[in-house]
Design a protein around this ligand. Structure first.
Ligand code: ADP
Ligand code: MG
Length: 232
C-alpha cells in the first residue's frame, strides 16, 4: 500500500451558497453547505425535494458556479478558474449520470459513449471507437453497440450513460437519482454496476437517491435540508 493516497480528499466544499435570481424573487438553493469526500468513497445524498441536491451536484460537477464559498476538486481550486478551464476540468474530472439518461436519441450507443472524448484535449493516442467498445462490453452491452436509445430498455440506456460517464476516466462520478426511472430490480443492477466500477477503478461515487435501499448500498449518507448538510 505504499504510495496509496488513503485519505486524500477529492471533493472539499466549504460554505457553499447558491442564490438563483428569478426576476424580483431570490431562491436560496444552497445556504452555506460544507462537506468533503475522500478519494474512492461511495456516498449517498438524500433529502427532500427542493432541498438543493441537484444544485449541489451541478456545482460539484462544475456545470454551474456557486454564488460564494470554496471548492477544491482533486486539488484544483475551482473558484479561481475561468470558463475554459472550468469546462476542461469538468471534462477531465467528472462523469455525470442523470435520472433521464440524457442520451442523444438519434445516435447509437457507441456514438453516445464516444461523444465526450471529442471535447478532451491531448487525446491523440487513443482510438475513441475502441475505448467506447471496451466500455460498452464492460457494462454488459456488447450486443447493443449500434442500437439507438429507443431500441433499448431504461436499464440498458442507463448503462450507456454509465459508459459515457467513464470515457474520460474521471476522478468522480456524480449520479443524480440514477435509478429514479427504473424498477427496483434494474435499479439494483445499475447500483451493482456502479459499485463494481468503483472497486475496479477507484472512481469516487456520489449518488443522489430517495430510496433508502439504494442508500444502504453506499458507505455513508449525507442528508441535505434547506441547502445545508443536516446536523452540521
Ligand atoms: P433537489 O434536487 O433537492 O430537489 P434543487 O437543487 O433542484 O433541489 O432545487 C433547490 C431549490 O432551488 C428549489 O427551490 C428550486 O426550485 C430552486 N432552483 C433549482 N434550480 C433553479 C434554477 N435554475 N433557477 C431558479 N431556481 C432554481
Ligand atoms: Mg434534484
Amino acid at each position: 500500500m505504499v504510495g496509496k493516497k488513503m485519505n486524500k480528499k477529492v471533493v472539499e466544499v466549504k460554505d457553499l451558497v447558491k442564490t438563483y435570481q428569478m426576476g424580483d424573487i431570490q431562491v436560496n438553493a444552497l445556504r452555506g453547505l460544507s462537506m468533503s469526500v475522500k478519494e474512492g468513497e461511495v456516498i449517498a445524498i438524500m433529502g427532500p425535494s427542493g432541498s438543493g441536491k441537484s444544485t449541489l451536484m451541478n456545482t460539484l460537477g462544475c456545470l454551474d458556479r456557486p454564488t460564494s464559498g470554496t471548492y477544491i476538486l482533486n486539488g484544483e481550486n475551482v473558484m479561481a478558474m475561468g470558463d475554459d478551464q472550468l469546462a476542461d476540468v469538468r471534462n477531465r474530472q467528472v462523469g455525470f449520470i442523470f435520472q433521464s439518461y440524457n442520451l442523444l436519441s438519434r445516435s447509437t450507443a457507441k456514438a453516445n459513449v464516444m461523444l465526450p472524448m471529442r471535447y478532451r484535449r491531448n487525446n491523440g493516442h487513443v482510438d475513441p471507437a475502441e475505448v467506447a467498445k471496451e466500455l460498452l462490453i464492460r457494462v454488459g452491452l456488447e450486443d447493443r453497440m449500434n442500437h439507438k436509445p429507443f431500441e433499448m430498455s431504461g436499464g440498458q440506456q442507463q448503462r450507456v450513460a454509465i459508459a459515457r460517464a467513464l470515457v474520460n476516466n474521471p476522478a468522480i462520478i456524480l449520479a443524480d437519482e440514477p435509478t429514479g426511472n427504473l424498477d427496483s430490480k434494474s435499479g439494483k443492477e445499475i447500483m451493482d454496476l456502479l459499485l463494481g466500477l468503483n472497486k475496479e477503478r477507484g472512481v469516487t461515487l456520489i449518488v443522489v437517491t430517495h430510496d433508502p435501499k439504494i442508500a444502504a448500498l453506499t458507505q455513508r449518507t449525507v442528508r441535505i435540508l434547506d441547502g445545508r448538510v443536516e446536523n452540521e
